[in-house]
Design a protein around this ligand. Sequence first.
Ligand code: GLY
Length: 334
Amino acid sequence: MTTIQVPLSGGRTYPVLVGQGVTSQIEKFLPFDAQRAAVVTQPGIGVSVDLNVDCKIFNIANGESAKTLTSIEDLCRSFVDWGLTRDDVIIGVGGGVVTDVAGFAASIYHRGIAVVHVATTLLAQIDAAIGGKTGVNLPEGKNLVGSFWQPASVLCDTENLSTLPEAEMRNGFGEMAKYHFLSGEKFDHLDLEERIARCVEIKASVVAADEKDTGGRAVLNYGHTLGHALEVAKGFDIRHGEAVAIGLVYAAELAYNLERIDHERVLEHRQVIESYGLPSALPVSMSDEDLLFAMTRDKKAVEGFTFVLDGPNGLEIVKDIEEILVRETLKKVR
Ligand code: GLY
């Protein structure tokens, strides 16, 4: 088992535990005076927590459709019915949808109560459950309403990954591939548990340096500009991790075209993506126009495009990239 601290100001530093069976340690990580624990989960998760305090399960719907303001209102009203107080605790048990919803509800219930996450997917363990970003979707777009609300602790039980469907693991591998380039190191010698712990360490240091996402935290979006465009483009179904994988290769090709990195480094991106069995080419049915449109979110690209790109100083935000270059580079991932 590995414990990684997310070092935050104002006594809010919290531990992330990574290892086989760490869920059994949850009692130690609850707030000292909590009398009740509201467990927010989804019916499909199938992971239970064993607690000595009074505990009740609050199910939200399965899937992304649970990320609504209605879910938040329903949860908060159920918490009141049950008598959950501001000294108690909410426990989110699940993947990113659960940690986003449970975290957001915790941030506003009684103006904020403690939340502990038991992250059950690879994606949640290395990204969603750590760093305090919470939120829900609006019909107008994803994650448009939310808050920064750091958990009191996060448990990443690798035992839960053994029953995770392959598609869900690939979803996490796309994010894991990203971390290779955030730190500039190779993970080849690490096993899965060690890789998860290393990803958590890297994320913890990025979050500690820019908790509220005002600058440096943007590097966590490496590969996500094209990745998000692939996810939102109409009429096509692609998992987040696969979209990010293609986005990483694209970002490397773009950095190469801007003479920020050499050919070797582009190959390295392709090799890492391949090592996780992830795609590196765009779906044939997706037109350049649709992707360019999605990447600018319907804004005229008069100021050029902004990407997180690799370069001599590592990952950086690069602004004002000309549309012609963005368009030309798409050919490299066709
Ligand atoms: N998932 C990106 C972030 O936490 O900032």
